[in-house]
Write a protein that binds this ligand. Structure first.
Ligand SMILES: C[S@@+](CC[C@H](N)C(=O)[O-])C[C@H]1O[C@@H](n2cnc3c(N)ncnc32)[C@H](O)[C@@H]1O
Ligand code: SF4
Length: 416
């Protein structure tokens, strides 16, 4: 466990409203590019897993009872394989811990196709009011190259189903995931994918640059020359072009990879990006919760990624953590910058003051002003700091420049 001293006596995480993430760690098939905590299984032990999720909930909530739950996210893996009864049981147990807010956003990640998405109408009856559907591409050849199980027709069928649930009011919102910059996808194909998905009127889209994650089958294929690596320049160009390509459908970028119609921004993900508290349950899940020992701003934990180990530990009524860390001000500053500057709204240094302390906030403000004066694509409006659209493509670079207290000179950092 590590703990940086600067945090002591600073305001801890507010615990009035919580977000909850529940991970479902199985898929029917493991896609070659995927590095998430999931394994391929045709008969996932959904009922046993639900019972253990409820045990973890009981173990994790002895010292923390927020006034309400503002969002719940069932992610994976493929949680649409879990079944509506298990989703309803988890929501019931969460409600016994803390009430769901009147506007609680309850998201289910689903894969296209009848087998993988399950019966979405039954999921809405179980309490789901937002679906995030993993379309990834809208063309069979590229879906096969991505090693996806579904085809474009299955994606269209599920998107049609989601559109009907939105129209009837059974769903309050919905999102689709697309991958961009995968081999075989140039600008015409990207525009085709966007048009295919947006034709269903979804109010939210997540567009991720395909990355080659170490240890995945895709990484091995790229290393052996059996698959081309994604083209970094093309991905940057696409990232830059996405706001204009999505504007005709009324979607605005509110985070580097996320676009929404007004009012449909993901409330759950905003909690992560704004540094709020979230309880996480299940295999490989990461949480950030108030620290009952009062030693830092909050407590961050990662559960083990092995479903067998996680299940064995929980069966013995023991948490299955791989890592736990008390988060102090210096680490929290870096985390907030990493996520907050991805948001169009940026970060409000005045609002951070009670949590991070005056010293850290003032140093950031001075450094941001120097970078702005040197022509960096940053905006400092009063105490609100954000990255311009042009800077979004090179976000990591501006983050480093802002966080670099001792190192590079401003002129060096701000060089285009
Ligand atoms: C882990 S998946 C879970 C949802 C669902 N099983 C699916 O595949 O659509 C969540 C999202 O992560 C993104 N993702 C997974 N691996 C990725 C990678 N290597 N590069 C970029 N995005 C990735 C995909 O767009 C996917 O929709
Ligand atoms: S279906 Fe989703 S979570 Fe499962 S392996 Fe494929 S990308 Fe990963």
């Amino acid at each position: 466990m590590s703990h940086d001293r600067t945090s002591v006596a600073l305001a801890p995480l507010a615990d009035d409203r919580a977000a909850v993430y529940v991970h479902f760690p199985w898929c029917l098939h493991r896609c070659a590019y995927c590095d998430f905590a999931t394994t391929a299984r045709h008969d996932p032990p959904g009922d046993a897993y639900r019972a253990l999720i409820l045990r973890e909930l009981a173990l994790r909530t002895t010292a923390w009872r927020p006034s309400e739950i503002g969002s719940v996210f069932f992610g994976g893996g493929t949680p649409s394989l879990w079944g509506p009864a298990n989703i309803a049981a988890v929501l019931n147990a969460l409600t016994a811990w803390s009430p769901l807010s009147h506007d609680c956003e309850i998201t289910l990640e689903a894969n296209p196709g009848a087998l993988e998405s399950g019966d979405l109408t039954s999921y809405t009856a179980a309490g789901i009011n937002r679906v995030s559907i993993g379309v990834q591409a809208a063309d069979d050849t590229r879906l096969r190259a991505l090693d996806r199980l579904h085809d474009a027709a299955a994606a269209r069928t599920t998107l049609r189903e989601i559109a009907a649930l939105l129209a009837s009011g059974a769903l309050h919102s919905a999102s689709a995931d697309l991958l961009f910059g995968a081999p075989g996808q140039g600008f015409p194909e990207l525009e085709h994918d966007l048009a295919e998905v947006m034709a269903y009127g979804l109010p939210h889209l997540s567009a991720y640059a395909l990355t080659v994650e170490d240890g995945t089958p895709l990484a091995k294929m790229v290393a052996r020359g059996l698959a081309p690596p994604p083209d970094d320049d093309l991905q940057s160009d696409m990232l830059e072009a996405l706001p204009a390509l999505l504007a005709p459908w009324g979607l605005d970028r509110y985070e580097v990879s996320n676009f929404a119609k007004p009012g449909h921004e993901s409330r759950h993900n905003l909690v992560y990006w704004r540094g709020g508290p979230y309880l996480a349950l299940g295999v490989g899940a990461h949480g950030f919760v108030p620290d009952s020992a009062g030693a830092g701003i909050g407590l961050r934990y990662d559960n083990v990624r092995s479903s067998a180990l996680w299940m064995a530990r929980l069966a013995d009524d023991v948490l299955a953590e791989a890592h736990r860390e008390t988060i102090g001000a210096a680490i929290h500053r870096d985390e907030l910058m990493l996520t907050g500057l991805r948001l169009r709204e940026g970060i409000d240094l005045a609002a951070w003051r009670p949590r991070l302390g005056a010293e850290i906030c003032d140093a950031l403000r001075v450094r941001a002003q120097l970078l702005c004066d040197a022509g960096a694509p940053l905006r400092l409006n009063g105490t609100r700091l954000s990255v311009t659209q042009a800077g979004t493509v090179q976000l990591d670079r501006w983050l480093l420049a802002l966080l670099d207290d001792a190192g590079s000179t401003v002129s060096e950092a701000a060089r285009p």
